[in-house]
Design a binder for this molecule. Structure first.
Ligand SMILES: NC(=O)c1ccc[n+]([C@@H]2O[C@H](COP(=O)([O-])OP(=O)(O)OC[C@H]3O[C@@H](n4cnc5c(N)ncnc54)[C@H](OP(=O)(O)O)[C@@H]3O)[C@@H](O)[C@H]2O)c1
Length: 277
């Protein structure tokens, strides 16, 4: 697995991790496939997908519980856990409480990277960032990040951090949706901030695209592998694809350690602009 340094931390993280939206429910918990999902996550971890992205929102907390079950038999330091606090929990006390509850569900003493899931204009960001820094001082989280933040919001967030860097912004980014290339990506590249690309397979659309499949086949790869390879080639970008199927997790691993030619990349980008814009 190709590793990347998290912004000025010296910590190396996998360039591909596991997304977990839909594992253990959507907006409400679903307990019907618990054992299957715990085994799925364990298999992913064994395969080398040792970065897991989750959130208090997913399965209304149940997804974190499943992640907690899956990680408990692995050495904690070998796993990198990202979770997120809901925008309605961004008041100082609420944010601390949300983190404590996530830790309980994850059955772990610390969260590696804690993200504000999305901005909430009704709550002063200063308050939230102070709470984030308090959690970090207490060792309950290792690093601070955000999700779905625009450049100005990232700048504001950094302004309120006294002793920490904002290390990541998790945003939607894939071959079919390249909005962040206008501003967020160049900003993060300049500031050394890791971009965590969510929905890297365009929520399952890319694997089904016949043109992308055809180009990928030239390399003996699949469309998913091509899409992920294209993302992680960018120095600051890591990707968190999601699948509920073991074969597909194996497929994700095959996205690293090969190179798409410049010519094929251009061909694909041209096709995408004509087909999807
Ligand atoms: N911060 C945020 O606001 C935010 C927002 C969205 C997502 N996220 C995070 O990012 C992760 C990934 O994003 P995502 O789940 O939205 O989308 P994604 O990873 O782009 O796509 C996942 C979907 O693609 C399907 N899929 C995977 N491989 C496939 C294949 N070979 N053929 C056909 N379908 C395939 C999966 O179905 P199967 O499960 O059936 O394989 C799943 O429905 C999430 O799970 C979550 O952790 C964060």
């Amino acid at each position: 697995m190709k590793l990347k340094e998290l912004n000025q931390t010296g910590i190396k993280i996998p360039s591909i991790g596991m997304g977990t939206w839909g594992i253990g429910g959507g907006l409400t918990p679903d307990y019907s496939k618990d054992e299957e999902f715990i085994q799925l996550l364990i298999t992913g971890l064994k395969l080398g997908l040792t970065l897991i992205d989750t959130a208090e929102m997913y399965g209304a907390g149940h997804t974190e519980e499943l992640v907690g079950e899956a990680i408990k038999n692995f050495p904690r330091e070998k796993i990198f856990i990202i979770t997120k606090v809901l925008p309605e929990n961004l008041r100082f006390k609420d944010l601390i409480k949300a983190a404590e509850q996530s830790l309980k569900r994850l059955k772990t003493p610390y969260i590696d990277l804690y993200l504000i899931h999305a901005p909430n204009p009704k709550i002063p960001l200063k308050e939230s960032m102070e709470a984030m820094e308090k959690l970090k001082e207490e060792g309950l989280i290792k690093f601070i990040g955000v999700s779905n933040f625009k450049v100005v919001q990232m700048e504001e967030a950094q302004k309120y951090l006294k002793n920490s860097y904002l290390v990541a912004n998790q945003v939607e980014y894939n071959l079919f949706y390249r909005r962040i290339e206008r501003d967020i990506l160049p900003y993060c590249e300049k500031r050394n901030i890791t971009v965590i690309a969510y929905s890297p397979l365009a929520r399952g659309l890319i694997p089904k695209d016949e043109f992308i499949q055809k180009v990928a086949l030239k390399y003996n790869k699949t469309a998913s592998q091509l899409a992920l390879n294209w993302l992680i080639k960018k120095p600051k970008v890591i990707a968190i694809p999601k699948s509920s199927k073991v074969e597909r997790l194996k497929e994700f691993i095959g996205a690293t350690d090969w190179e798409l030619s410049k010519e094929d990349e251009e061909k694909i980008l041209k096709y995408v602009i004509l087909r999807y814009n």
